[in-house]
Design a protein around this ligand. Structure first.
Ligand SMILES: Nc1ncnc2c1ncn2[C@@H]1O[C@H](COP(=O)(O)OP(=O)(O)OP(=O)(O)O)[C@@H](O)[C@H]1O
Ligand SMILES: [Mg+2]
Length: 225
């Protein structure tokens, strides 16, 4: 099968220096994600999964290697170029949802549109409501995170990640803080979103959830094995 890659990573390395000691978290990792593919990344704690996902999603700059996206190497692109792609095409969700506690579900979902002092438009609000509908939370749009269950909070984070029509969704242990029933609901939602045409790269400790993807990539000690 020869599918077009949407994102292609070649020989990425990343070292962290802490207290004068340097440790290589990524030792030359390569991965090609096809258009519309769902890739699961598994591996032991400390194997470099989160570091790798941060590099893939441009949150972290690699020391060496390439990150090819739409004919550009994002490892070498300008901050402005990277920002445009990160805010337009890439969506990221984490183990902890990072919702702002004093904003409603709807306001949290609108956050990606809030840049500078410009008020949000009616169209953006409608778009945020659609996004909340997509995750099954339209009826709870005006609740604060504290008035939602853990799974519902994670679904708001997904609605927020998707409000801008991303092309790739990066998820680092999206079910990590949830019980298994709630985790199952979030996984069903991610599968559905993938079914809508998004590419998904997900880090998980859960082998069963990993197998819901098209392909499982295993990391060990800073390498894909
Ligand atoms: N900001 C940092 N500063 C220093 N070392 C770091 C930093 N982030 C990660 N590391 C180190 O890099 C290695 C890989 O960490 P990473 O978080 O990528 O692992 P992981 O596979 O996501 O683990 P887990 O399953 O526990 O989340 C670890 O040895 C970790 O201690
Ligand atoms: Mg991690």
């Amino acid at each position: 099968m020869t599918a077009t890659p949407i994102l292609e990573v070649v020989g990425v390395t990343k070292a962290f220096t802490q207290d004068g000691l340097t440790a290589l978290a990524l030792k030359g990792v390569s991965l090609s994600v096809s258009q519309g593919e769902f890739v699961s990344i598994v591996g032991r704690s400390g194997s470099g999964k989160s570091t790798f996902l941060s590099v893939l999603s441009t949150l972290l700059k690699p020391d060496a290697g390439q990150l090819n996206y739409q004919g550009r190497d994002l490892a070498r692109a300008s901050e402005a170029e990277i920002n445009a792609i990160r805010h337009g095409d890439f969506a990221v969700i984490f183990q902890f949802h990072y919702l702002l506690p004093y904003l409603t579900a709807l306001e949290n979902t609108l956050l990606p549109f809030m840049r500078g002092l410009k008020p949000v438009t009616r169209a953006q609000k409608a778009r945020a409501m659609q996004s909340l509908e997509r995750v099954g939370l339209a009826d709870k749009a005006h609740r604060l995170p504290g008035q939602l269950s853990g799974g519902e909070q994670q679904r708001v984070a997904i609605a927020r990640a998707l409000v801008k029509d991303a092309r790739i969704l990066f998820a680092d242990e999206p079910t990590g803080s949830l019980d298994s029933a709630t985790g199952g609901t979030v996984m069903e939602l991610l599968k559905g979103i993938h079914g809508d045409g998004l590419s998904v790269v997900m880090v998980t400790h859960n082998e069963e959830y990993a197998r819901l993807g098209d392909r499982v990539v295993r990391m060990e000690d800073g390498l894909v094995v």
